[in-house]
Design a protein around this ligand. Structure first.
Ligand code: KIV
Length: 274
């Protein structure tokens, strides 16, 4: 008799419970095929709004819509089995009011069946995070460099390199933790500040260009695979897939042009009669 083992997906409370424990491994994915691979090794898959820049070639994440996030969130859920899937809330879908945020998050949770959402902002979003958490929406917060603020920041620059800015970023992290976020991404923040915040707040911190002391780390998959054209300075490359993919496409194009492909083993013959 074969016993079918049920694979249980990680949940937001499972990730919350990892504070100070085993490091949380998180990568982005936007498709079923990459989700299938990421799911084997990661605790959390982030369907980041970075998909606007990475997949769609946009200059910023500002034009990304809720429908785009839901479509890719659904694909990632289909491709994964064990990781917690977190879907990013895009600019304009949650900042106006707590009610707007709840309606947008409810759509994401219902239509993708993902386990949590992520939203940018610290002190200014704390009241909304509390409202959502009290109503069954697990929130991963995001402080430090918040790319959706690009039009007020002026550029994607590291935060907290000047000690005078530390209090503001610390207050952001404390506010989201106190409001009920189950974890917080700290992006492009000076290392000693990210380390200090990690020691100070009771929820897991997930660093990106922040500190090895964070409770977990996240990278954009295409950046670490060497597939992105523009990559932040802090990104470590774990692969260089661009040239390999280009070589395969070039080989295919050359064979098609020279009528060498498809060969007999790649076409169907006729069924034999009788
Ligand atoms: O959108 C994204 O991919 C992100 C990560 C960079 C944390 O927010």
């Amino acid at each position: 008799m074969s016993v079918q083992q049920e694979i249980k997906r990680l949940t937001a409370p499972d990730i919350r419970a990892r504070k100070g424990g085993d490091p949380i491994v998180m990568l982005t994915s936007y498709h079923a095929h990459t989700a299938r691979l990421v799911d084997k090794y990661c605790d959390v898959i982030l369907v980041g709004d970075s998909l606007g820049m990475v997949m769609h070639g946009l200059e910023t994440t500002i034009p990304v819509t809720l429908d785009m996030m839901i479509l890719q969130g659904h694909a990632v859920m289909r491709g994964s089995k064990q990781a917690l899937v977190v879907v990013d809330m895009p600019f304009g879908s949650y900042e106006q009011s707590k009610e707007q945020a709840f309606a947008s998050c409810a759509r994401v949770l219902k239509e993708t069946t993902c386990g949590a959402i992520k939203m940018e902002g610290g002190v200014r979003m704390a009241e909304t995070i509390r409202f959502l958490a009290e109503r069954g929406v697990p929130v991963m917060a995001h402080v430090g460099l918040t790319p959706q603020a690009i039009n007020t920041l002026g550029s994607f620059k590291a935060q907290g390199r000047d000690e005078a800015d530390w209090a503001r970023i610390e207050d952001d992290a404390k506010a989201v933790a106190e409001a009920g976020a189950f974890s917080v991404v700290i992006e492009a923040v000076a290392e000693p500040l990210a380390r200090k915040i990690t020691a100070e707040i009771p929820i897991p911190t997930i660093g990106i260009g922040a500190s090895p002391a964070c409770d977990g780390q996240v990278l954009v998959l295409e950046d670490m695979l060497g597939l992105s054209t523009r990559v932040p300075k802090f990104v470590k490359r774990y692969g260089d897939l661009g040239p390999g993919i280009e070589a395969a496409i070039k080989g295919y194009a050359e064979e098609v042009r020279s009528r060498a492909f498809p060969g007999p083993e790649h076409v169907y013959g006729m069924k034999k009669k009788g």
